[in-house]
Design a protein around this ligand. Structure first.
Ligand code: CA2
Length: 151
């Protein structure tokens, strides 16, 4: 039976649309959730969309995705650059994981160039603003189809 795609969002992404629109765009996280819901419907996918400012809660949600999702689309925000715990949680689940970022971290400060999440993700989409999430859903749909086909 098909399971939903879980879309998880890390710290401070609840502030989207309120500051730094030149970096992150003007869409709020609620706008991004609506766009994801609409696009997922076209792909025949259900989604669960969540945001937390707490590393441990994100670990719990990654573990839940391992049981309850067919794929994970994940914007770890700043924790991507710091969190071995998120890396280990991702390694422990048998799921396609698409890392997404609104901005292009590799083109910003040096501390954003490394991502612990990238080490555990199937792939990363960054730099396309809110469209990174839409492209992330497309990638998740393809990874799910490949798994079903045994590729
Ligand atoms: O580009 C992305 O999606 C990031 O994951 C966003 C993170 C940043 O630490 C990563 O390097 C790249 C920051 C999210 C904070 O978002 C805010 C939005 C509006 C106002 C303040 C913060």
């Amino acid at each position: 039976m098909a399971k939903p795609v879980h879309i998880l969002n890390g710290p401070n992404l609840n502030l989207l649309g309120t500051r730094e629109p030149e970096i992150y765009g003007s869409a709020t996280l609620a706008d991004i959730e609506s766009a994801c819901r609409e696009h997922a419907q076209g792909l025949g996918l259900e989604i669960v969309f969540r945001q937390s400012n707490h590393e441990g809660e994100l670990v719990d949600w990654i573990q839940a995705a391992g049981r309850e999702a067919d794929a994970l689309v994940f914007n770890p925000a700043a924790y991507g650059h710091t969190s071995v715990a998120l890396h280990d949680a991702l390694k422990a689940v048998d799921l396609p994981v698409v890392e997404v970022h609104l901005s292009q971290p590799a083109a910003r400060e040096a501390f954003r160039a490394h991502s612990y999440v990238s080490l555990a993700a199937s792939g990363t989409i960054s730099g396309f603003g809110a469209d990174s999430y839409i492209l992330g859903l497309e990638a998740a749909a393809r990874l799910i189809a490949s798994r079903r086909a045994g590729r």
